[in-house]
Design a protein around this ligand. Structure first.
Ligand SMILES: [Zn+2]
Ligand SMILES: [Zn+2]
Ligand SMILES: [Zn+2]
Length: 190
């Protein structure tokens, strides 16, 4: 019997740290963490963390017109340690399909990303190489909103044109697989 067993299940680290800084490395922020702000009353059965599974990504077409994986991710990114009850271990263990391609090689599987924060790796969906473009896109979008309110048409056109370029850059990173959605797997830690 260890001390851990007297602890309450704390799936998102709400009791020790703020969600936005912890679960998603600050990526999603407090505002979008609302859905996950609850407490679980079940007793904890152990300590677990999410590990990024890695996978093959990208939509490059091979010369024989088949799809090839353009980008390989080694995975291994680790989430924070969570103290979990039996029920949440089960919930978090049922992950999305393994990354790969459907039999006809037309549909990527396990790459679309889940709706739960626990199903995709924040480090892979916002890699350092893409952060600058993502920040720029967010900045331009907020500028756009402000200019629309002021009705400054000339500025709007300029912002739109830069935003298009930034988004095209991000689209390309998606296509090449640099930005991708790796599934996370729950593992027990000692
Ligand atoms: Zn629980
Ligand atoms: Zn990852
Ligand atoms: Zn990855």
């Amino acid at each position: 019997m260890t001390a851990i067993l007297t602890q309450r299940c704390d799936p998102f680290g709400m009791e020790t740290e703020r969600y936005g800084q912890r679960m998603a490395g600050g990526l999603f922020g407090e505002a979008s963490a609302g859905n996950y702000k609850w407490f679980c009353e079940e007793p904890a059965v152990g300590r677990y963390r999410m590990i990024c599974t890695g996978g093959d990504y990208g939509f490059r077409r091979a010369a024989d017109s088949g799809l090839v994986a353009a980008y390989h991710c080694d995975g291994g990114h680790q989430g924070q340690v969570m103290v979990l009850c039996r029920k949440h271990v089960r919930d978090f263990s049922a992950g999305p399909p393994k990354p790969g391609w459907s039999a006809d090689l037309k549909t990527p599987l396990g790459q679309i990303g889940g709706t739960k924060a626990s199903e995709l790796c924040p480090a892979c969906v916002a890699p350092p190489a893409a952060r600058e473009l993502m920040d720029r896109a967010n900045f331009l979008s907020s500028q756009m909103t402000a200019m629309l309110q002021l009705g400054l048409l000339a500025r709007i056109a300029a912002i739109q044109s830069e935003l298009d370029q930034v988004r095209a850059g991000l689209d390309e990173m998606h296509e090449r697989g640099i930005i991708h959605k790796c599934p996370l797997r729950l593992v027990e830690v000692s």
